[in-house]
Design a protein around this ligand. Structure first.
Ligand SMILES: Nc1nc2c(ncn2[C@@H]2O[C@H](COP(=O)(O)OP(=O)(O)O)[C@@H](OP(=O)(O)OP(=O)(O)O)[C@H]2O)c(=O)[nH]1
Ligand SMILES: [Mn+2]
Length: 184
């Protein structure tokens, strides 16, 4: 086996182990309280299975994408464990939680065109995984209007990332349409 293959596999599996430990107390907002880590793993699987993205830094970034935003993980920790390339992907998809929710959402739209390409893939897979969950069930505490607003806002974010990957563009468009119909 080539050294590159071993390094790439090791990076991705290390990211999965790290994310599973960091998210271990968190649950998705479904009735079954699915482990939160299913979401970043699902986003990474969208990249390999549907987008045909196999770059290890992108996949590790997808797996780690909510660790800094939603757990006690620091950017420094990501840099020490995974290096500068993975750090820049995670940095580009991490919201500044000190800002208001409205401002955070506005800034995702503003920043989307300027993030690095690997981060763009992660962002698209993140939204697609969340939107597919939303199409299956209303998260605990959400009503139909919350769902429609999330779908419309997501459409604005992903509109800034169009043209990278036809499959992701199409799947996002389809799921957003289904959500807007289901929760009208
Ligand atoms: N659809 C869905 N979302 C869930 C569920 N459980 C947790 N989430 C998370 O909720 C976030 C979307 O909700 P927000 O509009 O941010 O509102 P909230 O977290 O304050 O309720 C996503 O965060 P994020 O991944 O950081 O993405 P984003 O907010 O940047 O899109 C998503 O991962 C679930 O069961 N279904
Ligand atoms: Mn996410």
């Amino acid at each position: 086996m080539s050294n590159n293959y071993i390094q790439d596999m090791s990076l991705v599996i290390k990211a999965a182990d790290f994310a599973a430990r960091k998210h271990n107390t968190q649950r998705r907002k479904d009735a079954a309280q699915t482990p939160y880590v299913n979401h970043p793993i699902g986003a990474a699987y969208i990249l390999t299975n549907e987008a045909k993205v196999y770059d290890a830094v992108t996949l590790a970034g997808a797996i780690l994408h909510d660790t800094v935003e939603d757990t006690d993980t620091s950017f420094e920790e990501i840099r020490n464990e995974f290096g500068d390339e993975v750090l820049s992907v995670v940095r580009d998809v991490t919201d500044d939680k000190s800002l208001s929710k409205e401002e955070t959402k506005r800034l995702q739209i503003v920043h989307a065109p300027h993030i690095c390409e690997k981060a763009k893939y992660v962002k698209l897979a993140d939204k697609l995984n969340n939107l597919r969950d939303l199409e299956r069930y209303l998260p605990v505490g959400w009503d139909k209007e919350t769902a429609r607003k999330y779908a419309s806002w997501s459409r604005e974010v992903v509109s800034k990332l169009k043209g990278l990957n036809e499959t992701l563009d199409k799947e996002l468009e389809d799921v957003i349409e289904k959500i807007l119909v289901k929760y009208q």
